[in-house]
Structures are given as structure tokens and as C-alpha cells.
Design a protein around this ligand. Structure first.
Ligand SMILES: [Zn+2]
Length: 92
């Protein structure tokens, strides 16, 4: 299963990148990059999840890349990617 955008999990709370403003995502991405050792990236769907998560809540995968480089590059992507679809709010 692939989400339409980025998902990341912090303290068991699932954050869906597509539902967040670019500003929120950029702020979250900076937090994650600053503490990369506390996170890892799901090999199945590229979600960023907290280090202690055992199964990805998005795709239920159990393979993760915990390297700081991977987490930081994924967080950077999360903070900069534009929304790929127009949502109702954008049309007002
Ligand atoms: Zn996953």
C-alpha cells in the first residue's frame, strides 16, 4: 500500500503529509532531521516512523532503514514536496 504523499509517525501519532500545510511539513521535517537517530524510514512505503515503532502503521511493513542519512534525506523531501493534488481548500 502506498500513501499519496508522505506519512510519518511520532509518538504513535500518524501524520499524513498530504493533510499538512507546506509550512507544517517543513517545520516537522526540521524537527526530524535534527533528531534523525530517533527515526527510521519504512522500506515499504517510505514513511518516517519513530525508532521504537515495530510495524509500519501505514503499510504494516517491518523493514526499516535507520541510517541518519536516509532519515534526513526523506525528511527534507517531506518538507519540500508540493501537494500533488488540489484539495477543496485551495479553490476558495
Ligand atoms: Zn510503510
Amino acid at each position: 500500500m502506498r500513501s499519496n504523499g508522505f506519512t510519518f509517525v511520532d509518538h504513535w501519532r500518524v501524520w499524513y503529509g498530504v493533510a499538512m500545510s507546506l509550512e507544517d511539513r517543513a517545520r516537522k521535517a526540521r524537527e526530524i532531521a535534527a533528531q534523525a537517530e530517533r527515526y527510521k524510514v519504512c522500506e515499504g512505503c517510505e514513511s518516517i516512523v519513530a525508532e521504537r515503532v515495530v510495524n509500519c502503521p501505514n503499510c504494516h511493513g517491518y523493514r526499516f532503514d535507520g541510517s541518519a542519512e536516509r532519515v534526513i534525506s526523506q525528511a527534507t523531501l517531506l518538507g519540500t514536496r508540493e501537494q500533488t493534488s488540489v484539495i477543496a481548500e485551495d479553490l476558495e
